[in-house]
Design a protein around this ligand. Structure first.
Ligand SMILES: Nc1nc2c(ncn2[C@@H]2O[C@H](COP(=O)(O)OP(=O)(O)OP(=O)(O)O)[C@@H](O)[C@H]2O)c(=O)[nH]1
Ligand SMILES: [Mg+2]
Ligand SMILES: [Zn+2]
Length: 308
């Protein structure tokens, strides 16, 4: 039978077949050896072929993984040279960010956006916990909104707690398959509950963000939305380790740089020390945001540090 992976723990899976029935899936031992560069051979979103094992226990064996239309991966936190496929066959990716408890840095937002550009998955930034923002947080939010909207990203302000901005978020999610990511404690699961109360996802305790960064959600899982579309809730992550990125390509993943690259004097310009650089000029005259340029240089340096 043909099925899609709705949950992956790395050792067992939840599959949904074409009739809407859910199965507990496993992978044949030998299949794990096929893809040694990835820590998980089967990811949420994968389309698979499965052999029925027991109708009574709803168990099936995954035999084939169909080609992925796209996917998002990360460097495995445990095995530096391996990658972890977070999810596949996506329409878009939503980053849940916060200005308080915990605060999301611009560096983190920009790494997320670079990863999304790299994998050709449209990205949206959603700032949650608006109920906690003070006047100066609102100034920061408006600044970021202006920067990111100018370069083509949608930005939303919401509160899972006060149920504000939820209709706008639902409109973004409708009829799409969306990966939801962000640091632990930003309210990913709380927002999914606000969008679709019946899914009743487990969230951090009522006392709020503990600052310890313990994860409430432990495995990525996909859910069908009653108004159309699907969301994939994921465990919080600390960093976006950009896998397989070359120094030369980084600027192509900054939309505001992409269009200007042809105007640098050198076609292998890295936009740091080279003369007649269109990117540096655009930073100086304010057409490119300075903090975005700082993120660019930081990503460039981290790539060098890893020896690419
Ligand atoms: N004040 C306020 N608190 C919120 C809001 N959204 C979520 N929280 C709280 O933030 C904490 C973490 O929420 P979760 O939904 O578990 O966060 P998560 O992003 O799913 O975290 P992980 O599963 O660990 O990645 C909980 O205590 C929530 O009650 C919000 O809009 N406002
Ligand atoms: Mg969660
Ligand atoms: Zn340049």
């Amino acid at each position: 039978m043909k099925a899609q992976v709705y949950k992956s723990t790395g050792s067992w899976y939840i599959l949904k077949d074409e009739n809407g029935k859910f199965w507990n899936g496993r992978v044949k031992g030998v299949m794990k050896l096929d893809d040694i560069t990835s820590t998980n051979p089967v990811a949420v979103g994968d389309m698979v072929e499965a052999e029925l094992e027991s109708e009574l226990d709803s168990t099936a064996m995954i035999t084939v993984i169909h080609d992925r239309h796209n996917y998002i991966n990360r460097q495995s936190p445990r095995h530096k040279h391996q990658q972890h496929i977070v999810a596949s066959n996506l329409d878009q990716s939503v980053l849940i960010a916060t200005l308080r408890e915990p605060r999301t840095s611009q560096g983190f937002i920009d790494r997320f956006l670079v990863a999304s550009e790299m994998y050709h998955v449209p990205a949206i930034i959603v700032f949650n916990k608006s109920d906690m923002y003070k006047a100066k947080d609102m100034v920061q939010y408006e600044r970021w909104k202006a920067i990111y909207e100018k370069i083509g990203y949608k930005v939303l302000l919401v509160s899972a707690e006060k149920k504000e901005g939820i209709e706008e978020l639902k409109a973004v999610l409708k009829d799409k398959t969306t990966l939801v990511s962000g640091h632990s404690g930003v309210g990913k699961s709380s927002l999914m509950n606000a969008v679709y109360p019946a899914i009743e996802l487990k969230t951090g305790d009522i006392s709020g963000w503990s600052g310890k960064g313990q994860h409430t959600t432990t495995f990525a899982e996909m859910f069908d939305l009653p108004f159309g579309g699907r969301v994939i809730d994921t465990p919080g992550m600390r960093e976006f380790g950009l896998v397989d990125i070359e120094k030369q390509e980084i600027s192509h993943y900054f939309p505001e740089m992409r269009d200007r690259l042809g105007n640098c004097q050198f076609n292998n310009c890295l936009h740091v020390n080279e003369p007649d650089c269109a990117i540096k000029d655009a930073v100086i005259n304010g057409e490119i945001d300075e903090d975005r340029y700082v993120s660019y240089v930081n990503i460039l340096n981290s790539t060098e540090a890893r020896g690419y």
